[in-house]
Design a protein around this ligand. Sequence first.
Ligand code: HEC
Ligand code: HEC
Ligand code: HEC
Length: 131
Amino acid sequence: MYNGGKIILGLIVFIGLMAAPFIFGLGKGNAKPNPSIDTPAIKAMEKKQCVEAKAVMKTEHMKMLNDWRDSVVRDGKRLYVATDGKKYDMSLQNTCMKCHSNKAQFCDKCHIYVGAKPYCWDCHIAPKEGA
Ligand code: HEC
Ligand code: HEC
Ligand code: HEC
């Protein structure tokens, strides 16, 4: 067994290289969505930030929208004061979608990925893409 160790090592490396495209390819089918924030309104912002911190928005935006709707529809209150003191009109169309005017590249990207289908657009007007 002259140099058997090296041959076996070589074989392992060779098999590894052959298998790599399959191993790494597995991740492609469920690549994480990367929602785009490339909109005119966001481009114009000096500090790119959402109503609340990004991590909060990511997990809490559904609840926030629910709370906003209840506040507007039940209590007639439209003013939201964010954690940083900034004030926002509690409106899906006039606030969220003004910045996130790229619904297809933003909201839909994630929702298709997780299989969520918010029915909001039955009534609320979605922004015109590119507007
Ligand atoms: C003033 C502009 C502006 C408004 C208004 C706004 N957003 Fe955002 N939003 C942003 C920006 C900029 C980011 C990216 C923030 C960052 O990277 O820290 C963001 C991030 C997010 C994220 C996280 C995306 C991710 O990749 O995890 C969600 C979800 C979101 N916004 C939903 C909403 C919803 C829902 C509303 C209305 C309640 C809203 N946004 C209102 C500008 C805005
Ligand atoms: C970073 C990914 C991401 C982005 C961007 C995003 N969402 Fe969501 N959204 C989710 C997830 C995850 C859920 C929860 C789905 C579930 O619980 O089944 C959700 C749920 C919702 C729900 C509740 C739907 C339901 O049927 O209960 C609403 C309303 C909603 N999103 C609105 C928006 C709007 C409007 C935007 C764009 C301004 C947006 N989302 C952008 C990930 C995202
Ligand atoms: C059956 C029609 C209908 C559906 C579906 C609907 N809404 Fe509404 N929504 C309304 C009406 C009507 C108002 C009251 C508008 C006003 O007073 O300015 C409203 C108000 C709101 C408001 C506060 C006012 C504003 O300008 O945005 C929010 C936020 C809101 N809805 C979010 C949602 C979200 C999120 C969904 C989806 C999960 C949704 N709505 C689905 C009809 C609907």
